[in-house]
Design a protein around this ligand. Structure first.
Ligand code: NAP
Length: 278
């Protein structure tokens, strides 16, 4: 079985290529190979590669820049995803598309289930929500994996930022009124491999177990690396950013657990492994 990973040079894509289970022939492409915003190129590439599965980890992920570069965000995260879904339909390929907790407004205090209604607060979230809709409208058989709080060796991420800041400063400030489930890209890649193998249909929430505020996440990182830097909690009102984030970006993974008979490990355990391997 041939699996194509689109966005292989990204943070998640670079782990997907090494963690999709043995026995699968895995090919990775990125924007230099073909641009998903180009419908013809996308169809031609998939027609040549003829994968049984496409895993889409390509996206325009700079959440704050999306506010200014609205058109670019929708081009990649909506039109690009639509092109992939159309090409998959044309050649009879299955699509697993990666999405985000930012499709929700985070105004609840209960972890989000797959059936909860999206209500994105940002351009990035809107463009990703419309990408999901495109997949659902075009394909009968698909998997959408919503995740959040990603970190991994292949990209700039919150963990690396905090490690660097803790090495340079005595004090850092981090918001304590926004919740997240920190998720290691290696764990997510293995979970995606399991879903591809089992081939269920629909939306799945997949994050490491448990949740915390970004402040607690930062404190844990600082503690794990043995830094003496102080992490000062602040409210998001005092940390102005162009894009609004969901306050409670926590996903309920019980559907994933029920279908795969596996549970994602606790976020602190995954974080420890990542920090040890750095
Ligand atoms: N990072 C997070 O915390 C987070 C949280 C929740 C969900 N997600 C989702 O998880 C997925 C992977 O995220 P990530 O953090 O690994 O992203 P990333 O590091 O930004 O990687 C995205 C990859 O997509 C490529 N790409 C961009 N536009 C493309 C195009 N038009 N055609 C083909 N490739 C294109 C990028 O290439 P260039 O670098 O050359 O542009 C990059 O290699 C995305 O769907 C994202 O929305 C991420």
């Amino acid at each position: 079985m041939r699996t194509l990973i689109v966005g292989v040079q990204g943070m998640l894509g670079s782990d997907l290529i090494t963690h999709i289970p043995n026995g699968q022939q895995v090919i990775g492409t990125d924007i230099n190979d073909f641009d998903i915003t180009n419908q013809e190129e996308t169809l031609r590439a998939l027609g040549q590669i003829k994968p049984a599965w496409v895993i889409n980890a390509a996206a325009y992920t700079q959440v704050d820049r999306c506010e200014e570069e609205r058109e670019q965000a929708f081009q990649v995260n909506t039109a690009g995803v639509k092109n992939l879904a159309l090409a998959c339909k044309e050649i009879g390929t299955k699509l697993l598309h990666v999405s985000t907790d930012y499709v929700f407004d985070g105004k609840t205090k209960k972890p989000y289930r797959e059936g909860d209604a999206p209500n994105p607060l940002s351009v990035y979230g809107q463009s990703k929500a419309e990408g999901e809709s495109a997949v659902q409208n075009i394909l009968d058989d698909f998997i959408i994996v919503r995740t959040g709080g990603l970190y991994g060796k292949g990209g700039p991420n919150f963990v690396n930022t905090i490690v660097k800041m803790a090495q340079e400063r005595d004090e850092l400030t981090v918001v304590n009124d926004q919740w997240v489930s920190p998720t290691y890209t290696v764990d997510l890649s293995k979970a995606i491999g399991t879903l591809v193998k089992l081939s269920p249909n629909g939306i799945f929430h997949v994050v490491n177990s448990g949740h915390c505020t970004w402040h607690e996440f930062a404190c844990t990182i600082v503690e794990e690396i043995g830094s003496t830097s102080r992490v000062i909690p602040i409210s998001s009102e005092h940390y102005n950013r162009p894009a609004a984030r969901p306050a409670f970006g926590v996903l309920d993974c019980s559907r994933f657990t029920q279908v795969t008979k596996t549970t994602m490990r606790p976020w602190k355990e995954a974080l420890r492994e990542y920090l040890d391997l750095r």
